[in-house]
Design a protein. Structure first.
Lengths: 693, 450
């Protein structure tokens, strides 16, 4: 088992050069390197030497799991095997280079991951290989192998048009086998594993090559330059690996490739002065720089979890990350009933600079006015003296309550924040709420408040031209501290329920607090078990039982023996999180209502997205995901539900590829549990509940 | 036209004496030439007199005003439209469109709501008299049943057994909230421990699940503090039940009883001054909720406001049929609508408006209805200028209880129209004719007049 794991890790390190995690592809690439046996042996030897040293340091587990420790050593081995003739001395050089690469990789990884939050890519390879190439200038006991003939299929080289051979050779050059036929093999492997990667390799290469052509004016020059593989690596890394495949990430990849051309040319001029190739220096430089900048500006399509292929990363992103939008700093709306967003993030009046992450709310009537009569008195304003509720659970850390409410037409310029409350949320931030009515605040410093605790009444104190509620999330307890992005959970806007989102300016929204009765119906406890009868077109075909179990991480799931359907409550919403294993019945339960808002509000629609595997066949899935990288909405199975009343939810599941939507209906029992589910022509009726315990 | 001779009378005029609200009572008059832009003349010409006129706009406005007053203060508010206040289909449907559910107190009202298309689960069933048959139907259809007495607990347990499932129910309680009279005839008394006994009884029976509390402290309550007391006691009782019996009280139905801007007989101040604004009620009630509820617990707050929503949205147009001088010198008018149509005339002093400009000093006047009955008086004494025959008097507010408690007595009942938001006028209940009244009658053969 351990040996198998070891071999798999070594093989993976070959595929990881192309950002893949696939041992079969790795084996093919390994065989390619053995076309030139010296090359192959040096590669393996460098990895082994690094492994042995890692083992000596008791790091073999991290070494095998990491990927970047192995492939950097591998590349260094390949670079030595490519350049020098085989011999004991060469092997010794490979051996010490492997160890050096490992040590340098660990050093760099520690710095990069801590300070820059960046991967080290193949910087160790570039640096160590350059060092070795420089050092050997004076080592006359080594022989330059490049002067000797290599095995090659020359026929292919001759019949392949130049613009194709350039691409294939560059691709082969990544593993130091710059031949047309190796390029073809790698292309085929890439295409089979990931259409997105293959596509990126193609556009990366040709766009880079064309840019160089514009500068140089000679296609021959361009296509015979194998260092163009840098373009391929940049395009693949940015377009499909570190960013979620999308039009935007493709655009970034192309931009990076174009800008990298001058970096490549510059490096070449400089490096060739010392007689060494550029290796992957332009790739590392450009990719890391772009990644770092994209990271600090908060680009939305950064892949938080990188899976084995871009397709899988995209699927995960679309299905799970898309389901749970908003921020981790989700707070409730600080009021009851329907209010209007007066000013949102980066607002046009006061939400600027450090204070840009804030919301202001007022109450408006049918005509959009915030007051009745002439609006000359505070009492004319709908918002005035309406309750302000705590948007989070936490501890009150600051309260000011004695400032007067300004008459309409005046503001208090001295005390901008007016009467306010600051509450500390244990998720690590503070919420500040402003402009309370004078002496209306009912909480005091040190009080513990829950979501919905009455804090005070809306007023017009501080820099407030009309009664309104101001709410912001900040890093420190002091008023005026820099604000942080946040979002609102569980609210209704225009008859649509949002679990976690940001309403726009002018939008009328109201909080959707969980209804006790509905929450009780969906409070499943350990060992509750439910027996359902299954009907197709009203004919009973089966019966099954599902019981509530707990996973090691504390999450709960319905277990049928064949599958596990995970569920839970978050943001005043009941969710089915995921289905492990495969069970037709659990699948139906999942898609009948992937989430259920716990509000008792009727005729509210809500949207969700369903995991791809529940709604599409496998072959179709791969194809769709490639298309979906250009338009994310294509790759989503959408669910749209509607609360008919407190008990019934009707929904439909559809994607662009389904001819007609699957209609679903879920009915809660009067007291406890799900009474009835209908998906297409299948109906599930609750027969008995065994409360267990 | 030649003026009819009238014996001269001497009326005491106190010149220069102003009442404390400004205008001189001798020349003040209220003129109303239209309702929502539709002229009184047009309405009478097309739909006759007397005529009830409902304003859709005003009804919706009033509902929204009261609903928003609560919903902008508390996150979980539902209004139950009290059918007995006015169960005209058009009125109920308008309010259901606005989001109210139905509150009924009899099999008749239950059936009416169902026929209108309201599902059982959207009906609150109150009242002391719920026969077993309707109890069974309502339970099966998922209506919210507020139990009034111990016998009803027995009945519901029978129903639960028959339906083969546990039923969710609520109990009505009564209590001292500081207002008189205390409505102690409905539900279980809180202070004497009767309400707690009812909970124990339900728990012991183990066939019902207690999930709500209902209370209704009275009608035309002009002290908002009474509601604060009610809410406080209800919330305390809720937690007593939840902590000791394991039930989850999901809703608090605090009933209705909010006043409209109508003037009760015997009150000195006009309603604009006497009746607290609805915001004051909402503030007191929600403050009491926040003060007594545990943080984060928002049981559904149900209100059964009737009068406050509909009363001011309806008018009654009447026509002066005759005038006479009473022996005591007061002027008297006979109009075409009486207590047969305006049942609430027994306790309200209505706002009376005239459909045209009239000159002359006001004098004390009595307004009689058309019935040949001594009790048929719409106003025992009000100040009106001399009015010609054919002048129209518009009575308001008349939306609450009149269209449900009116009677077919001596006269037919007239048209009711609704002025829609777009200005069109729709008949929502046609005037009666003889066939309506005799449809159910059976004349034994031998009594037939040949």
């Amino acid at each position: 088992m351990k040996i198998k794991q070891f071999i798999k890790s070594i093989l993976n390190s070959y595929s990881e050069i192309f950002f893949l995690e696939n041992p079969i592809a790795g084996l093919l690439f390994l065989l390619i390197t053995f076309i030139n046996p010296y090359l192959g042996i040096s590669g393996i030897l460098a990895v082994l030497s690094a492994y042995l040293f890692a083992k000596f340091l008791n790091l073999e587990k991290e070494f095998l799991e990491s990927g970047f420790y192995t492939y950097n050593a591998l590349l260094v081995g390949l670079s030595i095997g490519y350049l020098f003739k085989f011999g004991i001395l060469t092997l010794f050089l490979v051996f010490i280079s492997g160890i050096l690469t490992l040590v340098f990789s660990m050093f760099l990884y520690s710095i990069f991951s801590y300070y820059l939050k960046l991967p080290i890519l193949s910087i160790p390879f570039t640096v160590i290989s350059s060092i070795i190439y420089l050092s050997v200038a004076g080592y006359t006991n080594l022989f330059i192998d490049a002067l000797y003939p290599h095995f090659n299929i020359l026929v292919l080289e001759e019949i392949t048009p130049q613009f194709l051979s350039g691409f294939f050779k560059s691709l082969g050059a990544i593993i130091f086998s710059p031949y047309v036929f190796t390029g073809i093999i790698i292309s085929i492997v890439l295409f089979f594993i990931s259409r997105i990667l293959f596509f990126l390799a193609l556009i990366g290469y040709y766009i880079g090559a064309f840019t160089i052509y514009l500068f140089k004016g000679s296609f021959y020059n361009v296509f015979s330059d194998i260092s163009s593989f840098n373009f391929i690596l940049i395009a693949v890394a940015l377009g499909g690996i570190f960013l979620i495949p999308s039009i935007k990430s493709y655009f970034i990849a192309i931009t990076a490739v174009i800008t990298s051309t001058i970096v490549l040319s510059a490096t070449k001029s400089f490096w060739s002065f010392y007689g060494i190739p550029v290796f992957t220096l332009p790739f590392n430089l450009i990719t890391l720089m772009f990644l770092y900048v994209i990271g600090i500006v908060g680009f939305p399509y950064i892949a938080k979890i990188i899976r084995k292929t871009p397709e899988e990363t995209l699927d995960l992103f679309l299905t799970s990350q898309k389901r749970f939008q908003g921020t981790e700093r989700g707070i409730h709306l600080p009021f009851a009933g329907e209010w209007t967003v007066w000013q949102g993030f980066d607002g046009k009046w006061t939400h600027k600079g450090q204070l840009k992450y804030a919301y202001d709310f007022v109450i408006t009537d049918e005509n959009g006015k915030t007051y009745t009569n002439e609006g000359l008195n505070l009492t004319d304003y709908y918002a005035f003296r309406k309750p302000v509720l705590s948007p989070i659970r936490g501890r009150v850390v600051k309260v000011i309550s004695d400032l007067p409410d300004n008459e309409i037409g005046t503001v208090d310029k001295e005390n901008n924040w007016g009467n306010y409350v600051v509450i500390y949320d244990e998720r690590g931030f503070y919420v500040e709420i402003s402009h309370f009515a004078q002496d209306s605040i009912k909480v005091k410093v040190g009080d513990w408040v829950e979501v919905g605790t009455f804090l005070g009444l809306c007023g017009n104190s501080g820099y407030s031209p009309q009664p309104h509620i101001h709410v912001q999330v900040q890093l420190y307890p002091e008023v005026g501290s820099p604000t942080l992005p946040f979002s609102f959970v569980s609210f209704i806007s225009n008859n649509e329920f949002f679990s976690n989102d940001l309403p726009k300016e002018g939008e009328k929204i109201k909080p959707a607090f969980a209804d006790r009765s509905k929450t009780n119906k969906l409070s499943f406890y350990l060992d509750n078990s439910f027996i359902y009868e299954v009907f197709i077109d009203n004919k009973k075909i089966d019966e099954f039982e599902m019981s509530v179990k707990m996973a090691v991480d504390g999450t709960f799931y319905f277990d049928t023996g064949k599958g596990k359907l995970y569920f839970g409550k978050a943001n005043e919403t009941f969710y089915f999180y995921r289905l492990d294993g495969f069970d037709e019945y659990l699948k139906d339960i999942f898609i009948s209502a992937p989430k259920i808002p716990l509000t008792s509000e009727k005729n509210v629609i809500f949207k969700d997205f369903l995991p791809f595997k529940l709604t599409t066949s496998k072959i179709l899935k791969d194809f769709i995901l490639f298309i979906a990288s250009f338009n994310h909405s294509v790759g989503l199975s959408k669910y749209e539900g509607k609360t008919i009343n407190e008990k019934i939810i009707e929904g439909k599941v559809y994607s662009i590829f389904s001819k007609k939507p699957i209609l679903t209906k879920l009915e809660l029992d009067d007291v406890f549990g799900i009474k009835k589910i209908k998906v297409g022509n299948r109906t599930y009726k609750l027969k008995t509940i065994n409360f267990g315990g | 036209m030649k003026k009819i001779y009238e014996k001269p009378v001497i009326t005491k005029i106190q010149t220069g004496f102003m009442n404390k609200f400004g205008s001189s009572p001798y020349y003040a008059r209220k003129i109303r030439k239209d309702i929502d832009g539709v002229s009184i003349d047009y309405l009478v010409e097309n739909f006759g007199s007397p005529l009830f006129v409902i304003s859709e706009k005003k009804l919706r406005q009033q509902y929204r005003k009261i609903y928003n007053s609560f919903s902008s203060r508390y996150p979980n508010v539902v209004f139950g439209w009290s059918y007995k206040t006015n169960y005209l289909q058009a009125v109920c449907a308008t309010l259901h469109q606005e989001g109210a559910i139905a509150e009924v107190v009899s099999a008749f009202e239950y059936e009416k709501a169902r026929k209108l298309g309201i599902k059982g689960e959207n009906i609150i069933f109150n009242g002391p008299y719920k026969p077993l048959e309707i109890l069974e139907i309502a339970s099966a259809e998922g209506a919210t049943i507020n139990i009034d007495h111990f016998d009803e607990i027995n009945d519901l347990e029978k129903v639960a057994e028959k339906l083969g499932k546990k039923l969710k129910v609520a109990i009505r309680i009564n209590m001292d909230t500081g207002v008189q009279p205390q409505w102690s005839r409905f539900g279980f008394n809180l202070e004497t421990g009767q309400a707690l006994d009812a909970v124990k009884r339900i728990k012991a029976g183990n066939k019902l699940i207690l999930s709500g509390l209902h209370c209704h402290i009275g009608t035309f309550i002009i002290d908002p503090e009474a509601y604060a007391n009610e809410v406080k006691k209800m919330v305390q009782f809720k937690y007593e039940i939840e902590d000791n019996f394991g039930y989850s009280i999901e809703f608090l139905d605090i009933g209705g009883g909010f006043p409209s801007r109508n003037r009760l007989k015997g009150t000195y101040l006009p309603p604009d001054i006497l009746i607290p604004p609805v915001d004051e009620y909402a503030e007191k009630i929600t403050n009491a909720l926040y003060e007594n509820l545990r943080p984060g617990d928002f049981p559904k707050l149900i209100l059964e406001s009737g009068r406050a929503i509909i009363d001011e949205a309806e008018y009654l147009i009447t026509t002066i049929h005759a005038s006479k001088r009473l022996p005591d010198g007061r002027k008297a008018y006979v109009v075409d609508a009486g207590v047969n149509l305006l049942f609430t005339a027994f306790w309200y002093k209505f706002n009376i408006e005239i459909d045209r400009e009239v000159s002359g000093a006001n004098e004390p006047s009595v307004i009689y209805g058309p019935l040949c009955m001594n009790i048929d008086v719409l106003d025992e004494g009000t100040l009106l200028p001399p009015l010609e025959r054919g002048t129209r008097l518009i009575f308001s507010p008349v939306g609450a209880y009149n269209n449900t408690q009116w009677m077919q007595f001596i006269e037919y009942r007239p048209n009711i129209v609704m002025i829609m938001e777009d200005g069109s006028v729709e008949i929502v209940r046609e005037r009666e004719d003889l066939t309506d009244i005799e449809r159910r009658e059976k004349l034994p053969e031998k009594l037939k007049i040949k």
